[in-house]
Design a protein around this ligand. Structure first.
Ligand code: SAH
Length: 219
């Protein structure tokens, strides 16, 4: 018998949730949403045994599923309420989308890889999440037809201040969270809109794949 015991799924999930709590992720609804969203459904088979680790994991198309702590940090910073309409840029695996969908009224999500978007949609159907609206397109320009949004979450690194996205926030208290910067690490910023004024807060250093304008050509 090996002396390294692999704890059962349940224990690994709860160990992860406890680690998130220890790092300041305390919002009960958010922790509940993470508890009931099986991350292993969103992780490629090759990396299944890492589903409950607090780390980012590669997915198709050279992208990554975000680290659970970062998902918690960004979602908590958004202060989502049950009546909110949320725009997400960068569907990726759809894990973060699923968490948002459990907290908000509607989630509008945009992805520049069609295959990633379709795979995410299948996962959400399996979880019976029916308040997600998908768009294959360029998130850099947002979703003007559905604006304004109560909240906007960007899950790829913004190269510069996203003027068009900021204009799609609700003028009274709209909040946008996302990584910004051109280097291998970026600053996680939170913008809060009041009329034409945007208050900016720096929530720390993060590491994201870059936001790339335009849709991806796939083979
Ligand atoms: N939240 C995702 C993270 C995915 S990584 C998850 O937890 O799985 C970031 C995603 O943003 C990638 O899938 C990438 O293709 C997408 N992306 C990058 N630039 C984009 C753009 N301009 N429009 C839409 N999606 C974009």
């Amino acid at each position: 018998m090996s002396d390294v015991e692999i704890p059962p799924e349940e224990t690994r999930l709860h160990r992860l949730l406890r680690a998130l709590k220890d790092q300041g992720i305390e919002d009960r609804k958010l922790l509940h949403a993470m508890e009931y969203t099986p991350r292993d459904l969103f992780v490629p088979e090759l990396f299944l045994d890492r589903s409950w680790e607090d780390s980012a994991i590669p997915i198709n198309c050279g992208q990554t599923i975000s680290q659970p702590f970062i998902v918690g940090l960004m979602t908590q910073a958004l202060k989502i309420e049950g009546r909110h309409r949320v725009l997400e840029i960068g569907t990726g695996s759809g894990y973060q989308t699923a968490i948002l969908a459990r907290l908000a009224r509607y989630v509008y999500t945009i992805e520049r890889y069609r295959s990633l978007m379709l795979e995410a949609e299948i996962r959400h159907k399996r979880l019976m999440l029916e308040n997600i609206i998908y768009r294959f397109g360029d998130g850099w320009i947002g979703w003007p037809e559905q604006a304004p949004f109560d909240r906007i979450l960007v899950t790829a690194a913004l190269p510069e201040e996203p003027v068009e996205l900021l204009a799609q926030l609700k003028p009274r208290g709209g909040i946008m969270v996302g990584p910004q910067g051109k280097g291998s690490t970026q600053r996680l910023l939170r913008y809060t809109r009041t009329g034409d004024t945007y208050e900016t807060e720096d929530l720390g250093e993060v590491r994201f794949v870059p936001l790339i304008a335009g849709v991806a050509k796939e083979n």
